[in-house]
Structures are given as C-alpha cells and as structure tokens.
Design a protein around this ligand. Sequence first.
Ligand code: AMP
Ligand code: ZN
Length: 114
Amino acid sequence: MTDCIFCKMVSGEIEPDVVYETDDVLAFRDLNPQAPTHVLIIPKKHYSTTNDLQPENAELMGKLVLAAQKVAEIEGLSEQGYRMVLNCNEGAGQTVFHIHLHVLGGRCMQWPPG
Ligand code: AMP
Ligand code: ZN
C-alpha cells in the first residue's frame, strides 16, 4: 500500500522510533502517547483491519502478541502490567488503516475503556 503511513515505516520511507523488530512485525513508539509507554506493533504485511484477517493469519496475530510481551519486557512492564488494544474501524476509534496492536503501560489503567 503506497499511501499507507505504516507501510512507509516498513519500507523505510518514514523512520519511526523503533523499539523491537522481527522478520514479520515492527514495534515503534506512538507519536501521540497516551501513557508513559505507548508502542504500536504492526505486521510488516498490510492488512487494513482485523476484518480482513483469514485463518492463515492466526500465526501472524500470535506473533503480534508475542512481540507485545517482548516490548513489555524491554520497557520493564512485565510485572506491573500493560494493556493491549486493537481498534477495528472508525466506531472503535481506528484512525490508521493498517492493523496495529497498541501496547500501553506505566500508569494505572481504567476499566471499562472509553
Ligand atoms: P488507532 O486510533 O487505533 O488507529 O491508532 C493509530 C495510532 O497511530 C494513534 O495512536 C496515533 O497517535 C498513531 N500514529 C499516527 N501517525 C503516527 C506516526 N507517524 N508515528 C507514530 N504513531 C503514529
Ligand atoms: Zn499499510
């Protein structure tokens, strides 16, 4: 996707503040952090929303969660806890249409989320 900002991060056209990377996923700091730690984890392959996922993408989505576990370790959040958020479509607050897992931590989290 040539006009996707997150694809441009994967291609190197835009340089994010990278926290962690594997062959399949890229984790970088959110531009507008909502917590002391706010990292986005994206699959390097473009999928607009979770509605586009197929059964064969299950392993990839598992890799996103494992990357979140790693990011939490890097950020020192494993014990105190962290929140993972996946917004799907505008009604849920999705603004960038390339799947991304938010990892938030370093402050007390409220429930239910807004
Ligand atoms: P969502 O609202 O779930 O689609 O989340 C999109 C997130 O991407 C927001 O938290 C934005 O702050 C973040 N974001 C948008 N542009 C950039 C960028 N260039 N670098 C890092 N984060 C970004
Ligand atoms: Zn993309």
